[in-house]
Design a protein around this ligand. Structure first.
Ligand code: AMP
Length: 194
């Protein structure tokens, strides 16, 4: 199984690259952000709860997010592998993901982490906010809050995968196709070595 954590700060291109990787490698795409937004749109109980956090650019609590991720993943018993996009966002989530995959006799293959400078992230997110309709992409204070939370709570997950020799940084600036190529190269070399 090929299980990839696609990592990076908000606006680093995870969603764009995940969509391309999913079709090339025939993987199941699990984006916790997409799940929360679908629930907000559908006005479910989860959506009502998640909205309080998404609107402020804060993380949805671990116990809620981990439960949602596991129940989504469990719907795909025959999956050839997963791309986890926007999950894990804390060390607690990374530990839970390892435990969950172990229960399926599986594990994370690698974390691919998109590196993009902060100034570029702010620009990209504001631009995306014009079309996406995402409220959290339209307010510079909320954008900054998301970037700050990334540094404080999420970036430490890199260390978690570094310790397992599964952390691979990728330059996330430039042409979308060139970045995709770099990601594929890294995945292909992991597959050759496994
Ligand atoms: P994203 O679409 O990945 O940028 O996520 C949008 C928002 O959903 C984040 O700012 C958080 O409020 C929430 N969210 C998504 N994934 C997670 C996660 N793994 N843990 C906690 N909150 C999350």
């Amino acid at each position: 199984m090929l299980n990839i954590v696609l990592f990076g700060p908000p606006g680093s291109g995870k969603g764009t690259q995940a969509a391309k990787l999913v079709s090339k490698y025939n993987l199941v795409h699990l984006s916790t952000g997409d799940i929360f937004r679908a629930n907000i749109k559908g006005e479910t109980e989860l959506g009502k709860l998640a909205k309080n956090y998404l609107d402020k650019g804060q993380l949805v609590p671990d116990e809620v997010t981990i439960g949602i991720l596991e129940s989504e993943a469990a719907k795909h018993v025959d999956a050839g592998g997963f791309i986890f996009d926007g999950f894990p966002r804390t060390i607690t989530q990374a530990e839970a993901l390892d435990k969950y995959l172990a229960s399926r006799n599986s594990s994370i293959t690698m974390m691919l982490s998109l590196d993009v400078p902060e100034e570029e992230l702010r620009k990209r997110l504001l631009l995306r906010g014009k079309d996406s309709g995402r409220p959290d992409d339209q307010n510079p204070e909320i954008i900054q809050n998301r970037i700050d939370i990334y540094h404080r709570d999420t970036a430490p997950a890199k260390g978690f995968y570094t310790n397992q020799k599964k952390y691979f940084p990728i330059n996330g600036v430039g042409d979308i196709e060139a970045i995709f190529e770099s990601l594929c190269k890294q995945i292909n070399s992991a597959q050759t070595n496994s």
